[in-house]
Design a binder for this molecule. Structure first.
Ligand SMILES: Cc1cc2nc3c(=O)[nH]c(=O)nc-3n(C[C@H](O)[C@H](O)[C@H](O)COP(=O)(O)OP(=O)(O)OC[C@H]3O[C@@H](n4cnc5c(N)ncnc54)[C@H](O)[C@@H]3O)c2cc1C
Length: 507
């Protein structure tokens, strides 16, 4: 082993791989970060000029509820290292064609005056007040390396019972218990559909709750200049601590010697040794089925990985617009994110259709207006728009043949909420599930959640029991992607936790 060999190799430079690499480098390890993409690091966290010159589009993640609250990002001090967060006036708006609306602001009084009805506004204010007091311990419980009993004890009995009641509900159950108006009731279940959790799913309330209430504390900020700015900041931190990033380096095998991860082999045959550890920011099936040999993994794990439960596909769009979206609902003009989903019934219909493998008509949408908060994203006076819907990963025929037709149906849904929208489109780019996977191998079939986010795919089951604490059957090899706990979203905590466990083992 040469003294110039890296001590730690991280495979993949998504936010989790980058955070893991930064933590290791800051702790004195010689780190090499290998990224398959030859053009840019970041995985689903990046930006590109994709429609017309001057319009900056985020390739995947765009709004960052954990940007300011994630312990990993706080520890690495992204802002102190040059990142600038921008906020729109409101965080999330949930309009419907019947004129009803609910909107979330970081100011509880503002939310209370726009949350379906005065009673529902008061109910939201109470919930938000409670959440602010308990959030530190809730995040400690949900984001730390499971089991995280310390933060649970710190919550206290009353708060613990309240949290348990929330997590044990379905999205529909929780929002019907809390709110009376349809506008307020569609908010939390609508947020849960960012992943593959429908309004009627058992124990399905937790995700919508967390996304809704982190909009109150961290908000849905965007980084100035594009999502790529977060990646670039992390790369700067890595390099400042001596770590190295290599693009266009796809790992095809983890080489195991004496039961320990000893090196990796790149496509093309080059072998690179790692004296202490290898961390994989890959999908769980890719790590267990592609990068390791069958005799290094138990037949039970191989079987589980062959039928791994991925989340739904994602269909994503970017537009260059001549003017802002002409929403009928005035609050939508000020909101970072707008959700299209008219009612609990509409959200249930959508869930059923996608689960049934059909392309949804009148699709549910998460719509992002980054350029409202950050004018650097578009030429002066013009705007970008970003949206995604959830779809089956595969369709009859191919996505190639359905891509533009489905994109037209997205345009129609936005037009229904904003008459005149289509007349403002300068250019549009539609990205179907296979396109997302071609950009980033972890987005299998367009799954943006690192596998299904159903309750029985979390905690000790993520990605497979008993390997829920980032370790694998091979000594010195760790899974650090969103396929590990705590899963989807840009918080870096999978990488943060995995790096700490790897360092502990290595000592
Ligand atoms: C359309 C879309 C919208 C989203 N919106 C949001 C949002 O608004 N907010 C939010 O918080 N989250 C959002 N997400 C989810 C978020 O992007 C992911 O949860 C997050 O990026 C996962 O990070 P990761 O580091 O685990 O993996 P990824 O970001 O997927 O990165 C994995 C990296 O590993 C590389 N890699 C894989 N295998 C190999 C190999 N064998 N060799 C070398 N390199 C390899 C890949 O090329 C990739 O660069 C969105 C995702 C998508 C797709």
């Amino acid at each position: 082993m040469s003294t110039r060999d890296p001590e730690a190799i991280v495979i993949g430079s998504g936010p989790n791989g980058l955070v893991a690499a930064c933590i290791l480098a800051r702790n004195g390890y010689r780190v090499l970060l290998l990224e398959a993409n030859p053009r840019r690091p970041g995985g689903a966290l990046g930006s590109e000029i994709a429609t017309r010159p001057g319009f900056v589009h985020d390739v995947g993640a765009a709004f960052f509820p954990f940007g300011k609250t994630s312990p990993a990002f706080k520890h690495l001090d992204l802002v102190g290292n040059g990142l600038k967060w921008c906020h729109a006036e409101l965080e999330s708006c949930h309009p419907a064609p019947d004129g009803s609306v609910a909107a979330i602001s970081r100011d509880d009084d503002v939310t209370a005056s726009h949350f379906g009805s005065p009673e529902d506004g008061a109910a939201w204010r109470n919930l938000a007040r409670w959440h602010r007091g308990a959030e530190r311990h809730i995040l400690g419980f949900l984001l730390g390396p499971f089991p995280t009993l310390g933060p649970l004890f710190k919550l206290g009995l009353f708060n613990l019972l309240k949290l348990t009641r929330i997590l044990a509900s379905s999205g529909r159950g929780l929002s019907s218990r809390l709110f009376q108006s349809e506008a307020a009731r569609r908010v939390l279940p609508g947020l849960a559909l960012h992943v593959d959790v429908g309004p009627d799913d058992v124990f399905g309330a937790g995700l919508g709750y967390m996304l809704g209430l982190t909009a109150v504390t961290g908000g849905y900020p965007v980084p100035r200049g594009g999502a790529q700015a977060i990646t670039d900041t992390l790369v700067r931190i890595l390099e400042a601590h001596g770590g190295k990033l290599r693009l266009g380096a796809q790992v095809e095998q983890v080489i195991v010697k004496g039961g320990r991860a000893a090196a990796v082999r790149l496509v093309g045959g080059e072998e690179i040794r790692a004296s202490h550890m290898v961390l994989a920011n890959t999908s769980a099936p890719s790590l267990y089925l592609d990068l390791l040999k069958d005799d290094q993994v138990s037949s039970r794990v191989i079987k589980r990985m062959r039928s791994f439960p991925h989340g739904w596909g994602t269909f994503k769009l970017d537009w260059a617009l001549s003017d802002p979206v002409p929403w009928s609902e005035p609050l939508a003009h000020k909101s970072a994110v707008v959700h299209a989903g008219d009612s609990l019934t509409d959200l249930s219909r959508f869930t059923k259709v996608v689960r049934g493998g059909e392309i949804p008509e009148n699709p549910y949408l998460v719509i992002g207006q980054q350029s409202l908060a950050d004018p650097t994203r578009a030429p002066e006076g013009q705007h970008t728009l970003w949206a995604y819907s959830r779809v089956p990963p595969t369709v009859d025929g191919t996505w190639e043949s359905q891509r533009e037709r489905f994109a037209d149906s997205v345009d129609e849904r936005i037009e229904g909420l904003a008459p005149g929208f289509k007349g403002r489109i300068i250019a549009r780019r539609a990205v179907a599930p296979p396109d997302l996977q071609a950009m980033d191998a972890n987005l299998v079939g367009g799954d943006l959640g690192g596998g299904s986010n159903a309750w029985h795919r979390q905690f000790i089951w993520r990605p497979v029991f008993p390997y829920f604490r980032y370790r694998t059957p091979v000594a010195g090899l760790y899974l650090c992607s969103s396929y590990a706990h705590p899963g989807a979203g840009v918080h870096g905590m999978c990488g943060f936790n995995a790096a700490h466990i790897a360092m502990k083992d290595s000592k």
